[in-house]
Design a binder for this molecule. Structure first.
Ligand code: PEP
Ligand code: MN
Length: 359
């Protein structure tokens, strides 16, 4: 397979997703080096990650081992040959990381959210030649994510990738951070040449959903995966619930199906194109029919105005719901789906008629 962005980015030389793995945080020299050795022996890792400073939501929890961890990272590189990445959140972090030859710096979600911090980081990285990866901000704002990208670009810092780690939501939910896939997809549209890496660990917050989220990201054409791996996940000092053992990492990564943005050979490509043409023409038929429907809605609007009839008539909506049940049965469609579409069309009709009545 070839990546969709062969002309740019660090995925250029890979013909498979780019894999970043390592513990949430560096805790002890032994934990770090043992995890790295086990990961290196899978042959599946392109970049080794570990948090040195941990931006924890609540105080009183493990906030990272600090600069001593960077010494251990050096040993990791010497022993495994793996390039390294750590999170930086301020100028001091950058200075320590650069002193210890860290290859790539990543900007965490809680930092991307703050333009002051991003500007400080951009200024301290100017001219250093070190590359960065930028996680999405914790709140669902494409603008903040793009804003951070722009601040680094403005000072000439090379951005290796954006990292999608999901968005904070209040209340009970399946994911620790809602993936809101539309946002990274919108980023891909805005920045077709910028590689995007998925971080299933921080999206899921548990081990059971990791594989599905990682697979979904590949199905959506992401360029790689960043995943938290710890030699003893259960006793990890941060994010214990979502970390996995190196063996589990190996089996998850090997089980992922790599799909191709373009078909493998020309005939697959041609078949797909012809199916898509059919769909495009059906879509245009659907909207032609909706436009016809709206013409009639307008006639009814004029009629209601003349006869002083209200826009919404309860019986009519009930009739529509019943009709949607009949249509879905006849056509073998999911009745919920039919009802949702009908509701949207009905709402648009009400809007049009209200405008007519009040003009
Ligand atoms: C991490 O990668 O360990 C981390 C702190 O991530 P995020 O910035 O996505 O919360
Ligand atoms: Mn973590």
């Amino acid at each position: 397979m070839t990546f969709k962005k062969p002309e740019k980015g660090f995925v250029e030389k890979y013909n498979r997703p780019y894999i970043i793995a390592g513990p949430c945080g560096a805790e002890t020299e032994e934990q770090l080096i043992d995890t790295a050795r086990q990961l290196a022996s899978t042959g599946l890792v392109d970049l080794f990650r570990a948090g040195i400073w941990k931006p924890r939501t609540r105080p009183g929890t493990f906030e990272g081992i600090g600069p001593i961890g960077l010494e251990w990272m050096k040993t990791v590189k010497e022993e495994t040959g793996l390039p390294l990445t750590v999170e930086v959140a301020n100028r001091e972090h950058v200075e320590h990381a650069l002193k210890h030859d860290i290859d790539v710096l990543w900007i965490g979600a809680k930092t991307t959210v703050n333009p002051f911090s991003i500007q400080e980081l951009a200024d301290s990285l100017r001219g250093t030649g070190v590359k960065v990866m930028i996680k999405n901000p914790i709140n669902p704002s494409l603008s903040l994510w793009l804003g951070a990208i722009e601040r680094f670009e403005a000072v000439g810092v090379e951005i290796l990738a954006a990292i999608h780690r999901g968005f904070t939501e209040y209340g009970d939910k399946i994911y620790r951070h809602n993936p809101m896939w539309q946002i990274p997809i919108d980023l891909m549209m805005e920045r077709p040449n910028l590689p995007i890496i998925n971080d299933p660990s921080h999206i899921c917050g548990n081990r059971t959903l990791l594989k599905d989220v990682a697979q979904k990201s590949l199905d959506l054409n992401f360029d790689g995966i960043m995943i938290e791996v710890h030699r003893e996940p259960d006793s990890a000092l941060s994010d214990a619930m979502q970390q996995i053992k190196p063996k589990v990492f190996e089996s998850i990564i090997k089980s992922l199906v790599i799909r191709h943005e373009k078909g493998l050979d020309n005939s697959v490509e041609k078949d797909l194109i012809s199916y898509r043409r059919k769909i495009d023409s059906l879509d245009s038929d659907i909207f032609k029919l909706i436009a016809d429907r709206i013409d009639i809605i307008k006639l009814i609007g004029d009629y209601k105005k003349k006869n002083k009839v209200s826009v919404l008539q309860r019986d009519r909506w009930e009739e529509l719901v019943n009709q949607s049940i009949i249509i879905s049965k006849q056509l073998g469609l999911n009745s919920n789906f039919v009802q949702k579409i009908l509701k949207i069309i009905h709402q648009e009709s009400i809007n049009i008629q209200e405008k007519i009545l009040n003009d």
